[in-house]
Design a binder for this molecule. Structure first.
Ligand code: COI
Length: 346
């Protein structure tokens, strides 16, 4: 057994893992086999495993929360496994049985339940992953895979927490083109984003805002988050045309804001309209949404070497309301009227 972190205010993101992991193997002729929970540890993979050479690797990200009055809460967890199946289809990988995957996930969480942080703002991050394992160097879909789930206690994804982040608008590199894999949760999408992100970091920006790959004009997503812009009284996010990830927090935000009477549009939004709105003072808020990031306010946008301040550089009213609502639902403090929350009794 490993030592658990004592300071829940300083967990960071993605460095600490629990005692156990779930694993299951796949062979083309037999289907999924040998589901098991084992001690967390290295995988043994053949150096010729196809996933290491041709990138058949998909993953998901969700969280388990310790409810204030006991119980463990999951937020729309089936949606993650359904999205994983969409990613698997795109990458010629096998489908998971969603109900069985949910059962396995719950068993793993219960096994390592003492690792779930108790404080709000901290949670247990869940990373389901599927990788091609067949040792073969010809280019075709693998006939063998491993599916595994690892867990780890996490705090805020960005060191800024709820303080607004600065984003750099990338108008040279592209993350994903129409017809590519941008709407699948595929490792290669993240690899493709690294060089631009490193260059933006050197300039002092936390993240890169990607534009569409053909015209470099329409805002898409921030690699780790979907993006929303409040211009006048319209809340705008990019449509799911195939090059951005269909975020679960994204669709929850669209639903909440619509239910609260906001005018929400999923439409193409030119970066030139965003910066013009910032200059004329009608860009009231900008924020990213994601499982890891929850709601991450954006206070500064840099486009073509010019800085544009958003909403006075502070967290906007809607961003704060959405953050409070999501966190309230996720920790079981706000009653769930939409069937989004799944409770595990302990
Ligand atoms: C998540 O929000 O869970 C993600 O998977 C994004 C990321 C940390 C890569």
């Amino acid at each position: 057994m490993k030592d658990k972190p004592e300071d829940e205010t300083n967990l960071g993101f993605g460095d600490i893992f629990t005692d156990h992991m779930f694993l299951m193997d796949y062979r083309a002729e037999e289907g999924w086999l040998n589901p098991r929970i084992e001690a967390y540890g290295p995988l043994s993979i053949d150096p010729a495993a196809m996933g290491l050479h041709y990138g058949q690797e998909i993953f998901e990200g969700l969280k388990a929360y310790a409810g204030s009055e006991g119980g463990i809460y999951l937020f729309r967890p089936k949606d993650n496994f359904e999205r994983m199946n969409q990613s698997a289809s795109r990458m010629c990988m096998p489908q998971l049985d969603v109900d069985f995957s949910m059962k396995c996930l719950k068993a793993l969480i219960l096994q390592d339940k003492d690792w779930i942080p108790k404080s709000h703002g901290a949670s247990l991050y869940i990373r389901p992953t599927m990788v091609a394992t067949e040792p073969h160097l010809g280019v075709r879909p693998s006939k063998e895979y491993v599916f595994y789930i690892i867990l780890g206690p996490v705090g805020a994804y960005y060191k800024e927490g709820l303080d607004p982040v600065g984003i750099y608008v990338e108008d040279r590199f592209s993350r994903a083109a129409l017809g590519g894999t941008g709407d699948a949760k595929v490792a290669g999408n993240y690899a493709a984003s690294l060089l631009a992100a490193e260059q933006a970091k050197k300039k002092g920006f936390t993240q890169v805002l990607w534009l569409d790959a053909s015209e470099h004009k329409y805002v898409e997503e921030v690699g780790t988050m979907n993006m929303f812009f409040m211009i006048g009284d319209e809340l705008i996010t990019a449509p799911l045309t195939g090059s951005i990830l269909p975020g679960i927090t994204r669709k929850s935000v669209i639903q909440l804001a619509t239910d609260w009477g906001y005018n929400v549009s999923e439409r193409l939004l030119s970066i030139y309209d965003v910066v013009e709105a910032a200059e004329s003072g009608v860009l009231k808020e900008a924020f990213g949404t994601g499982t890891a990031a929850v709601i991450s306010p954006v206070g500064r946008i840099n486009f073509k070497n010019r800085d544009y301040v958003v909403g006075g550089g502070t967290m906007g009213e809607l961003s704060k309301r959405l953050y409070d609502e999501l966190i309230g639902l996720q920790y079981g403090d706000i009653p769930d009227t939409r069937g989004w929350v799944e409770r595990i009794d302990v």
